[in-house]
Design a protein around this ligand. Sequence first.
Ligand code: NAD
Length: 369
Amino acid sequence: MANPTLLILPGDGIGPEVMEQVERIIGWFGDKRGHAFDVTTDLVGGAAYDAHGTPLTDETMAKAQEVDAVLLGAVGGPKYDDLDFSVKPERGLLRLRKEMDLYSNLRPAQCFDALADFSSLKKDVVAGLDIMIVRELTSGVYFGEPRGIQDDNEGGRIGVNTQRYTTSEIRRVARSAFELAKRRSNKVCSMEKANVMESGILWREEVSWVHENEYPDVELSHMYADNGAMQLVRAPKQFDVIVTDNLFGDILSDCAAMLTGSLGMLPSASLGAPMENGRPKALYEPVHGSAPDIAGQGKANPCACVLSFAMALRYSFDLGEEATRLENAVQSVLAAGTRTADLMQAGDAKPVSTKEMGDAILAELDASL
Ligand code: NAD
């Protein structure tokens, strides 16, 4: 059988540095575990703009549509701040998400024991935390029409955005959440504002429909999103999978992310409809940006990007055990006190470089055999 295909888009800033470590790890899975990938590398963001005058060429977009999964580093940087909006680095990423129709954004919030002190919450509230926020990514108030700013003809202005969801948009992201829950603790909490928004009422009804008709064995609860925000910081371990819309998901996933400490540790996946081979359209990327303040200095933490590849192993390639092997390797490296600069606390030994962190993860992978 042909090897699965991966398109790697390192991007800008620390993107290429962290991706270099991931490429070593991808190589390891081919050499040591018999899971080889056919990897193509290309440009996105500012790097693509510098080479081609656009943050994503049509050729790269076409490749992204063909491969089994895309792995992206980060885009953006001060060099591109003054570019026209239409060619800003972020447009490359948005085009990928839009044209691949990646409607389900998976943001795990997992607290590695060795990093429990990094959370702004008490250690016992977050130690062992492992939740997944599923955010609808392609609809809702960020896309709904009408939108814009107009004169009110009385000397003032009116800003308008429209929260709009259809049955099929809600049902497909709900299915994605229920499927995930089946691989985890079989529990979904759906969050909206059905108390004050009609779109919230529809959201609740459609999620319930999918539950009753397709996933009756998964436990489903509903919560108003404002209460959800409170519960996330009060007792986050009560949740397993949270499913919510684009706007609430944006806020709740960032809130949950900070439960775990450092941006350098946070992976994500954006999934779309299944392709002919059954694999979902998929883009995996760290949550962090291009970190221009540390780019090119060998200081970046590659773990978020490494853990994004672990998500690819699990969600695109059905290699859950190998994903766990990689996550455990990261866990062991941290437990041994190996830290990049972003994970240092007063009194810690010297930080390791991006490459040394990659070396340590590879050594742990070897030790796992
Ligand atoms: P950022 O995530 O790049 O950096 C925020 C802070 O976290 C910085 O101090 C940075 O040094 C640190 N940091 C981030 N990732 C790290 C890592 N892996 N290891 C160690 N430290 C890390 O966010 P920002 O500074 O607001 O944005 C910088 C650029 O990145 C901007 O151009 C922004 O538009 C872009 N951006 C891109 C994405 C993306 O590609 N998905 C996401 C967010 C921001």
